[in-house]
Write a protein that binds this ligand. Structure first.
Ligand SMILES: [Mn+2]
Length: 478
């Protein structure tokens, strides 16, 4: 991040902030945001601003939309003239610009995804996207971070109230890509704000959920970020694992032991054996080594175990979004702690669904088809589009899938009529290959919606095209 880039980004932030300042008195606002942790925390930051200004708003939480989906959604709410799109929109600038002109809408885009190539600069669109200023939006700032910086420009108080949400959003999008899970670029500056004001504290430790306050075997069982194959969600297996590596999970009185009860040597053994275990279970070594790194704690939530560790807070928001209980996630972000028990129920339900789905698949109670290079797992009747990504990521590290085939394709139901969602995961390392690019290319031919990265991608495909899609993909795999 060069100084000039940072300056240009900053002045754009200031421009959009003063534009918003004018809009706030006009309202009401339609906020459209993504269902993941970054999207929910961004929506909550905007809500904090608008609540303080007593401006009414409506929040709509959705999957990443196609241009057509987005057009239909906006047309459905003609009474809203002020729109804020969070964690999306930069790919659809052309459409949004047309709509802004034709429908006389005021549109603000806050996004950190790579903008579409056809983007044109326009006076009608008010956009903050780090990529426009040479700042890497995948690693240096999330939408929650952008929204926080904007909030800070508008209102110091709201900014202060929202800084932990910026950290949660960045963690949700796995932007802790620095040394030992530190942050980079703008995220680092945001974290500095939070540390200096003592809103967040952090320490390098074994990155298990609840490491400061849960018994050791429970920490292993509850950790879903990173997902530890063979241990996450399985208490018995966690106790057995500890015994196998000669760490007694219980003391001589039968009381469970905590990390603080372990000797220095025991802690070392735990780290080494955990990394070994993860690598054996197919987790890439550089991922497994990240089990040792910074944990970030939200000081105000010390008494709320599931909110205290910001990483855990993020996965809780993800659970809410994936189970379509996003409003509870947003309320928790808005500090409505009377919903704490409700959110715990959602988290339990999410864990249960994950483990039951994985069990059903491993017992081959769903159709599994083996093509030459692709395994197709058909979970259409079992899960929907919001959870398919999580399931396919976990599946792709399972020994029964890993290595033997090139690609995993997991089919789930879609909220779009007559469509299915397919999550793709690459099961082998293929240098200089991007699964996301290939899936997007094939999707373009059929006019359907797709996106992804090097090793993971997803597409929403018309039912009648699914076989054609999979066969075409199989043929074009290296
Ligand atoms: Mn995001």
């Amino acid at each position: 991040m060069s100084l000039n880039n940072a300056k240009a980004f900053n002045s754009q932030l200031k421009r959009v902030a003063s534009y918003l300042e004018k809009l706030v008195s006009e309202g009401p606002f339609l906020i459209i945001s993504h269902y993941d942790a970054d999207g929910l925390s961004s929506a909550a930051i905007i809500a904090n601003i608008l609540i303080k200004r007593k401006t009414s708003f409506h929040i709509k939480i959705i999957e990443q939309p196609s241009a057509e989906d987005l057009r239909l959604l906006i047309e459905k709410y003609p009474e809203y003239k002020c729109l804020i799109l969070c964690d999306m929109g930069s790919r659809h600038r052309k459409l949004l610009e047309e709509m802004a002109v034709n429908l006389k809408l005021n549109i603000v885009i806050l996004d950190h995804h790579i903008p579409s190539a056809e983007s044109v600069s326009s006076e009608k669109i008010h956009e903050v996207n780090p990529w426009n200023y040479g700042i890497n939006g995948s690693t240096q700032v999330s939408t929650a971070g952008i929204t926080y910086l904007l909030a800070k420009e508008l209102d110091k108080d709201v900014g202060e109230k929202s800084v932990h949400l910026a950290v949660i959003g960045a963690l949700g999008d796995r932007q802790d890509q620095g040394e030992k899970c530190d942050f980079l670029g703008l995220n680092k500056l945001i974290l500095k704000d939070a540390l200096e004001r003592k809103i967040i504290s952090r320490e390098i430790n074994i990155r298990l959920f609840g490491i400061r306050r849960r018994p050791l075997h429970k920490c292993l069982e509850y950790t879903i970020e990173p997902y530890i194959p063979g241990l996450t969600g399985d208490e018995r297996a966690c106790i057995d694992f500890l015994k196998r590596i000669s760490i007694e999970p219980f003391d001589h009185e039968g009381k469970p032991r905590y990390l603080k009860d372990l000797s220095e040597d025991e802690v070392k053994t735990l780290v080494v054996e955990l990394v070994k275990h993860m690598i054996c279970e197919g987790v890439p070594p550089q991922e497994a080594e990240k089990i040792l790194g910074y944990s970030y704690f939200i000081n105000a939530y010390e008494k709320y175990p599931e909110l205290y560790d910001a990483r855990e807070f993020a996965s809780l928001l993800n659970a809410c979004g994936r189970l379509r209980e996003e409003w509870i996630g947003i309320l928790i972000c808005l500090n409505k702690l009377s919903y704490y028990n409700e959110v715990l129920n959602i988290l339990n339900k999410y864990r249960r669904i994950l483990s039951e789905t994985l069990k059903t698949i491993s017992e081959e109670k769903v159709p599994i088809n083996y093509l030459n290079k692709t395994i197709v797992v058909d979970c259409f009747s079992l899960i929907d589009e919001r959870i398919s990504g999580a399931i396919s990521s976990i599946l792709s590290s399972k020994p029964m899938f890993k290595g033997k085939y090139t690609l995993l394709a997991l089919i789930a139901s879609s909220s779009k009529p007559n469509h299915v969602k397919v999550s793709f995961r690459l099961l082998k390392d293929i240098p200089k290959f991007s699964l996301g690019d290939l899936v997007s290319k094939i999707a373009k031919i059929t006019g359907c919606e797709a996106g992804g990265h090097e090793k993971a991608a997803g597409a929403t495909i018309p039912e009648e095209k699914i076989n054609w899609f999979l066969r075409t993909l199989e043929r074009e795999l290296p």
